[in-house]
Every structure is written in C-alpha cells, then in structure tokens.
Ligand binder design. Structure first.
Ligand code: ATP
Length: 266
C-alpha cells in the first residue's frame, strides 16, 4: 500500500491565557492511498486538532506531517476539508459555491467550459443537479452538507478531510449521506480522514478506526482494522457477527478503557 499521509511523533501544545496546554502527544500514524480512516474519542480529546494538523490549518509544536512525501506546510487544494457546518457562502447558488472551489484549483489551466463541466459533474455525484440554482437558505441541512462534499470532491483532492460532516443531521439523512459517501469514495478511490463521535458510522465507513485516549496529552490508544467486505450494506451488516465484534471493540475502548471523567463521576 502506498503511504499517503505520514504523521511522525507529532505533538501539539497550545499557548493559552492560563499557560501551555498539551493537547496531543506522540501521534504516529500512516494513512495509505485510498484508505478511509476515522478518528474517534471523547469530546475534547483532540480529534479536530489532529485533523487541522493534517489540513495544515495549524502546525505541530513538534514532529512532522507529510502528504505524498512532502511536508504539510499549510492548507492546500490536495487536502480538501468538509466541516460540520457546511460553510457555504450564503449569497452564492449551489453551483457557484462549488464553482468557486473548482476555479481556485483549476482556473489557471482550464477553460471556463471545463470548469463548469467539473462543477456540474460534482453536483451530479451527490445527486443535486436539480438544486444547482438554489441558494443555501433554500435547501435542507442534508443538501447543504452534500454541496460541501461536492465542493470538496470537485477540487479532486488527494485527501478528503471531514470533521463530523454529518454531526448536525437527523438520523435518516445521516444514514443516507453515509451510504452516498461510501459509493462516492468507492467510485473516486478517495483517501479520507474523518472525525466522528458515532461508533456505527465509524465501523460502517472505515478501513481503520483510530481511537484517541482522553486528553490532555491525548495520543492514539488503539487502532481497529475493519475487515468487512465492500461494498457494505447497513441492513445486512446489522446481522453480521463481525460487525458486532468491531462495534464492541470500539465501545469497549471508549466506555471501559477510556471512560470519560464525566461518566466516572456520574
Ligand atoms: N486554539 C486552541 N487554543 C487552546 N486550546 C485549544 C485550541 N484548540 C483546541 N484546544 C484544546 O485542545 C483540546 C482538544 O480540542 P479538539 O477540538 O481537538 O477536541 P475534539 O476531540 O475535536 O473535541 P469535540 O469532539 O468536542 O469536537 C481541548 O481541550 C481544547 O480545549
């Protein structure tokens, strides 16, 4: 497997008003090309901090992060980020929101017709061709999130970084988008690193589930390799003993080995 993202001995220390805060310690992780990795752990352990390091939005205090053998020195179009709050520009249509990203990446080398073609294809990929001319306030939360995903995919990133992309959605929309994401990732062979709180989501989507210990100074506690065959179907998996086994392994880590301080106090 080709190594794509390499995190070597990364440490993250924030300077706060109360002094230094050691958020992450000794993070070592390699993500292969085409791999789907989820980061899971209790609230505040440092999942977003780790994703932001890979995105290049923050720099590690120590250690190194590489993408395709090059040091991650800042944000770049090869690492597209999808946030929970879909971050669309409200005055632009769905088409224009995606076009903006496409133009940023391919604008200097491709014709306008080609940029429009890419935008239309991305809208089609997430099933939103019909909403092309609508503005964000005219569409549902799930649709907004799909536009965010389409915008990220249209930039043909080497890595798709997702920070709880479905966190704000109702259970049915969430399930629907998870299924769509599985299909899109299979079609585009994308490399994905995704933060989630949802154990079922992690097992359904991942090749590996990276479980972080509680902070401060959180680190990788365990990694579960999910060897369920693909394509995966949520209804069939619900009866699958292997699925149940992976799910228990994650639950055991989160609620026994890393019981959250709030739970222990309860
Ligand atoms: N810019 C910052 N300055 C200071 N402390 C920070 C900063 N960003 C994050 N932290 C702290 O680092 C720790 C990890 O935060 P982070 O947002 O990465 O956690 P998380 O696992 O993503 O949490 P959640 O699941 O609740 O979103 C927290 O204690 C947080 O308060």
């Amino acid at each position: 497997m080709e190594k794509f993202i390499e995190i070597q001995k990364a440490e993250m220390v924030f300077n706060t008003k109360k002094g230094k805060f050691h958020a992450l310690r000794d993070i070592n992780l390699t993500v292969a090309k085409g791999e789907f990795v989820t980061l899971i752990g209790h609230s505040g352990c440092g999942k977003s901090t780790l994703l932001n390091l890979i995105a290049g939005l923050t720099k590690p205090s120590e250690g190194a992060l590489l993408c395709a053998n090059r040091e991650i020195a800042g944000p770049g179009p090869e690492r597209a980020v999808v946030f929970q709050n879909h971050s669309l520009l409200p005055w632009l249509t769905c088409f224009e929101n995606i076009y903006l990203g496409v133009e940023r990446v391919f604008g200097s080398t491709e014709s306008k017709a080609k940029l429009k073609e890419r935008t239309t294809a991305a809208l089609g990929l997430v099933g939103l061709a019909h909403a092309s001319g609508k503005r964000p306030h005219e569409i549902s939360g799930g649709m907004k999130q799909r536009v965010g995903i389409a915008r990220a995919l249209a930039m043909e990133p080497k890595v798709l970084l997702m920070d709880e992309p479905f966190g704000a959605l109702d259970a049915l929309t969430r399930a629907h988008l998870q299924d769509e994401l599985l299909k899109i990732v299979a079609k585009t062979n994308s490399t994905v690193v995704m933060v989630t709180h949802d154990v079922d989501e992690a097992v359904l989507l991942s090749d590996r589930i990276v479980m972080l210990t509680n902070g401060p100074a959180a680190t990788i506690g365990e990694i579960v390799e999910v060897k369920l065959a693909k394509p995966r179907d949520r209804v069939t998996l619900a009866q699958d003993p292997d699925y149940a086994r992976y799910r228990s392994a994650v639950l055991d880590f989160l609620y026994r080995k890393q019981a959250h301080p709030a739970q222990e106090a309860a």
